[in-house]
Design a protein around this ligand. Structure first.
Ligand code: HEC
Length: 107
């Protein structure tokens, strides 16, 4: 009896880590994109302050944006209307990856 329980526990563990790896791949790519283009002004992690104090840390973007819509916005091109921030445009894949990453760090 003990042995069966152990075996089924193991099966669940293996299944979980596969699902996790699949869920993490796009968001890891999203983080890399943000690191390349945005990290000079915005805090992109779960902690830390933005290098540019007026640029909001990305973990708080969910407060002012619907992150489900945000990837479409990134594809169309994003500009905050602020002269300090250049305009960016992303491919559909990058936009999806960025949104997945952003969702994973919201507070
Ligand atoms: C040169 C500095 C700079 C870079 C690089 C930069 N930003 Fe910004 N960003 C700002 C500043 C400053 C603000 C805040 C002022 C404003 O709202 O215009 C801002 C605001 C924003 C906002 C609006 C936040 C809100 O609460 O309305 C979003 C979304 C945003 N940035 C996304 C990005 C993304 C995505 C990237 C990378 C692709 C990026 N930014 C790169 C400086 C920058």
């Amino acid at each position: 009896m003990k042995r069966i329980l152990f075996a089924s526990g193991l099966a669940i563990l293996v299944f979980d880590s596969t699902a996790l790896a699949q869920a993490q791949a796009p968001s890891r790519h999203g983080r890399a994109v943000l690191k390349e283009f945005c990290v000079s002004c915005h805090a992109i992690g779960k902690t830390g302050t933005s290098p540019r104090p007026s640029a909001p840390p990305f973990r708080t973007l969910g407060r002012s944006y619907d992150l489900d819509q945000f990837s479409r916005q990134l594809e169309r091109g994003i500009s905050s209307g602020h002269p300090d921030m250049p305009e960016f445009k992303f491919s559909a894949d990058d936009a999806r990856a960025v949104s997945a990453y952003l969702r994973s760090i919201q507070q």
